[in-house]
Design a protein around this ligand. Sequence first.
Ligand code: PEP
Ligand code: MN
Length: 351
Amino acid sequence: MIVILKPEATEAQTDVLRKEITREGVIVQEIRGDGTRMFGLAGNTSGILAESVLRHTFVERVVKVSEPYKLAGRRFHPADTVVELPSGHKIGGGELAVIAGPCSVESEEQILSIARDVKLAGANFLRGGAFKPRSSPYAFQGLGLDGLNLLKIAREKTGLPVVTEIMSQEYCDVFARDVDIIQIGARNMQNFPLLREVGGLGKPVLLKRGASCTIDEMLQAADYVLGRGKNSVILCERGIRTFETATRNTLDLSAVPVLKKRSHLPVVVDPSHGTGHWDLVWPMAMAAVAAGADGLMIEVHDRPEQALCDGQQSITPLLFDRMMQKIKTIHDVMREDGERYGRKRTTDDAA
Ligand code: PEP
Ligand code: MN
């Protein structure tokens, strides 16, 4: 439900309304635009009657929203969100964000050398897992807090902001302090207590699509994070599980224009986890940019055959560098294309 307020509504009046509609299970978020002010109500709003809200003379209109997500949706936030870090690095808004680095941080030497290489090739963010969600309990689980410290060193030496995954609420304070963009992995996309907690940290969140999750479910997960009103979210398509076994996951590139149509949030694509094979990363990265993605997440390793995690889908710095040159060309073409989303059908399109 969206409550649109009249421009003359006073703070005292809207406070009364806010108290009236705030209850267990309902998230009330104030949305302010150019000259407009509204309350977006998410969650279980079944107990809130439009008629009783409309009794307030300062309420202009009440709109019932049929989409299961609200804060992530375009309907009440038509303009694209651009996520900007204090360092000035941006995701969304026309520039291509490239988040590159190893699957896991393995040592200081490894992360520093890869960070320098990907930066030289044009990456603007560094990825690297410190807490790894591994299917096997016997596999390398990441360096944990030591890994976070190594990422901080790499940031200091290269200036690249750090994107890394959080797996448990236990480390929220450390991540809020040390990490630039907090990643929620595919396995935790529907870990609702974690989403809520991370939503309160005031750091951008990169939300990866769950392997068996629909686009609606992903946008609802984004609403959990956005519900605290403190964070921005970047959506990440990383492949879904289908009957196909030739690739690790099936990279759903149609998710890019669908998400861009439905949501104002930036969308990045991870062709590394999306395909599971290093030689498929380049073609799918190009396709993702051509589909209108705002960015890419790419696994890069200087010695993929010795990587402690996901070497089979990691590309070398040399290949990454060559790929980046092609990617830039495609991105330039896309930039010229201008308005790609939300186009109205014209006679030309119909022909
Ligand atoms: C990752 O990016 O390191 C990762 C584990 O990805 P996903 O959650 O998409 O599997
Ligand atoms: Mn990986």
